[in-house]
Structures are given as structure tokens and as C-alpha cells.
Design a protein around this ligand. Structure first.
Ligand SMILES: *Cc1c(COP(=O)(O)O)cnc(C)c1O
Length: 381
């Protein structure tokens, strides 16, 4: 089959197929070597030192680049290391427009680290294109969006953002962690750089940390940053993410199926005030979701009626684990207000809607009846 014909699920299973293993291994070998032998001066095998390039990591980088439809992929030790490498493309006095509802760690990186180095940010509701346009200044260099956003599941219209960005000659960077390339491919909608916390859906088993960049622009610069600052993904962790990706499609189908059922159940639950899930027709960004994605994912946030329910229920969950993180086969419930989004100031949290009655659920692949029974029992005081 010609390379161009392979569909997403096939690429997930087979990988990049850019380099055939000489011994015919079906599973990419783990090249657990820090350095590589030279046969003579200027006679490198193409691999010198694993910070620069490693065959296992390279296979992951090539695979994810194909899945996202981008020119080059880069694997980092964590999602934050990947985001850090992207922010380092900018210099003091550069201005970046950032989705106001986003992963708390990204907010912390911009505000508590890069602000010190003179990188300016404005937090905007990027679902409102007019607001985004009004925030563009002379020194604006990029728009950084998360869609669906974390944790309010706001949907930003990627094509509208990329058209606007192109008109002003600025970059669009998308954190695609929540949907993965199986459901959403921002580069094909005009984005320039895609970021992932590979810890989440790509790895999919809550067993390793990883970060990914796929870029259509600034490829040399990102490679330089990766080699120079060194937060690369280890050979073994690269292999774990490659193995995770093999089942990405079937995991996401099952997780989404469970999430649709749970979101409907929650919508009818008396102790639940509001449900945020892009797959519900009543969800604000539903139409944009349908237009720009091939699925709604498996992340649900919901508000309960009273704060009291939170503390009591978090002690009661049995099938669903009360733990940070998301995207894996195990269902996890988190309390964004004091966990993932604690580093966001209270006034911003309130404006966005991250209330002290909000819970975020990452739906796994368990039997959905067990998950619903667990929710029913735990939310019931
Ligand atoms: C988890 C997460 C990150 C950070 O990734 P790590 O692998 O934990 O460093 C960034 N963005 C989003 C949307 C995330 O969920």
C-alpha cells in the first residue's frame, strides 16, 4: 500500500515505516544507548548521542508527525517540557494571546516563569474571535489555544483563529491533548504548531509522562531547543508511547462511547447542576465541534448542587479513582479548583467558571454500568 493511502488507524498500529528494522522486529526496538559508535571521521550512522537523536524516539517523532499531518515531530520528557521549548521560540517584549481557560501548569509557566523574562501574555476567551482580534498588538507573535479547554470544555473555532493569525502574520499554537490526532488535527486547519501532553491519551495507560511537539514552522529552531536544553524523552518511554498509540483509536472510541452515556446520565442526575461535554447538543460549542473534529472525546466536567457533595463524594469513589491526570484507560476524577487549576488566581477561576462545586471526569474503558453505579453511589449523600 502506498504511503499516502495509509489511514490514521493503520499508521497508529504500524508507525512511521520510515526505517525498516534490519532484523524485522514488529515492535520498535528500544535503543537503550546513550551514545553511538563512529566508524571513522565523519562516518556517523546518523546517530551520535541520544540527546540529539535516538532511533526509538525518532520513530515516535516520525509517527506522531504523520498522525498530526505535520512536517516534524519532537518528543520531550513531559508535556510541560514541550510547551517550554515552544515558548523559548519567543524573546523579551514578544506578546502571546492565550486561551484564558487552560491547563493550570501552562498558565503557571507563562506567568511565574516567562513573565520574568519579559514575555507578555493576555488571557482571552478564544471562543470569541472578536475579543481575540481586539487583543492583537504590534508585538503579538502568537495565539496559544486549548480546545476543548481544560476544564470548561470551551470550543474554539480553530479555522477562524488560524485565518485571523495568518492575516496578522502571527503563529497559531494548539494544545491538542484533549482530543489527540484521532479526533482533531489542528495543523490541517491551518495551525503552525501542535503540542501534546503525551502523558494523557497518547500514552493512555497512566504509566508514563511524555510531551510532544509537531511543527510545520520553526522546525530547525525547535530541534535546536530540544538538543540544547535536553528535556528529551527516554528510549523506554518513547517505546511506551509508541505502544500506547497502537491502541489509540479503539481506546478513544470506547472512552467516547462511555462518556456520551455518562454525560447523559449526569444531565439527568438531580445532584448535578450543569454538565460540560462537547458531545451534548446543548453544549455551547457543539456545532463547532461537529465541524472541526471527528469526535467529542471523553472529558466531562460537571457542577454539583452544593460544595458539601464534593468532599463527601471524593471519599466514596471506588471504581473511579480520585487522582489528577486524564486520558488513560482508568477513569479518574479530579477537583480542578484545588488540584489542576490551583495556580490560577481566584478571580480568573471565577470568571472562567472553575467553581468550588466543579468536578472533572476523565472517562476510561471500564464497563460503563460500573462507572455510572459508582457516580450514583458517590454523589448521593
Ligand atoms: C497534562 C497537561 C499538560 C502538561 O503535561 P505533563 O505531561 O503533565 O507535563 C499540558 N496541557 C494539557 C491540556 C494537559 O492536560
Amino acid at each position: 500500500m502506498s504511503e499516502n493511502c495509509r489511514r490514521l488507524e493503520t499508521i497508529m498500529v504500524q508507525g512511521s515505516r520510515e526505517k525498516e528494522d534490519i532484523k524485522g522486529a514488529i515492535s520498535t526496538p528500544i535503543y537503550q544507548s546513550a551514545t553511538f559508535k563512529h566508524h571513522g571521521l565523519n562516518e556517523s550512522t546518523g546517530y551520535d548521542y541520544s540527546r540529539s537523536e535516538n532511533p526509538t524516539r525518532e520513530e515516535l517523532e516520525n509517527t506522531i508527525a504523520k498522525l498530526e499531518g505535520g512536517k516534524a515531530g519532537f518528543a520531550f520528557s513531559t508535556g510541560m517540557a514541550a510547551i517550554d521549548a515552544v515558548i523559548r521560540l519567543f524573546i523579551p517584549k514578544d506578546h502571546i494571546i492565550v486561551s484564558e481557560d487552560l491547563y493550570g501548569g501552562t498558565y503557571r509557566l507563562f506567568e511565574e516563569i516567562y513573565r520574568r523574562y519579559g514575555i507578555e501574555t493576555t488571557y482571552v476567551d478564544t471562543t470569541d474571535i472578536k475579543k481575540v482580534e481586539e487583543s492583537i498588538k504590534k508585538n503579538t507573535k502568537a495565539i496559544f489555544i486549548e480546545t476543548p479547554s481544560n476544564p470548561m470544555m470551551r470550543i474554539t473555532d480553530i479555522s477562524k483563529i488560524t485565518s485571523l493569525a495568518k492575516a496578522f502574520k502571527i503563529l497559531t499554537i494548539v494544545d491538542n491533548t484533549f482530543l489527540s490526532p484521532y479526533f482533531q488535527r489542528p495543523l490541517l486547519l491551518g495551525a503552525d504548531i501542535v503540542i501534546h501532553s503525551g502523558t494523557k491519551f497518547l500514552g493512555g495507560h497512566n504509566d508514563t509522562l511524555a510531551g510532544i511537539i509537531v511543527a510545520n514552522k520553526f522546525i530547525e529552531e525547535i530541534k535546536f531547543m530540544q538538543v540544547s536544553t535536553g528535556a528529551v524523552l527516554s528510549p523506554f518511554d518513547s517505546w511506551l508511547i509508541l505502544r500506547g498509540i497502537k491502541t489509540l483509536a479503539i481506546r478513544l472510541e470506547k472512552q467516547q462511547k462511555n462518556a456520551i452515556k455518562i454525560s447523559k446520565w449526569l444531565s439527568e442526575c438531580k445532584r448535578v447542576k450543569k454538565v460540560y461535554y462537547p458531545g451534548l447538543k446543548a453544549h455551547k460549542g457543539y456545532d463547532i465541534s461537529v465541524k472541526q473534529t471527528t469526535g467529542f472525546g471523553s472529558m466531562i466536567s460537571f457542577e454539583v448542587n452544593e460544595r458539601e457533595i464534593i468532599e463527601k463524594s471524593l471519599k466514596k469513589f471506588q471504581t473511579i479513582y480520585f487522582a489528577e491526570s486524564l486520558g488513560g484507560v482508568e477513569s479518574l476524577i479530579t477537583y480542578p479548583y484545588i488540584q489542576t487549576h490551583a495556580s490560577i488566581p481566584e478571580d480568573i477561576r471565577n470568571r472562567i467558571g472553575i467553581k468550588d462545586t466543579l468536578l472533572r471526569l476523565s472517562v476510561g474503558i471500564e464497563n460503563v454500568k460500573d462507572l455510572i453505579e459508582d457516580l450514583d453511589r458517590s454523589l448521593n449523600l
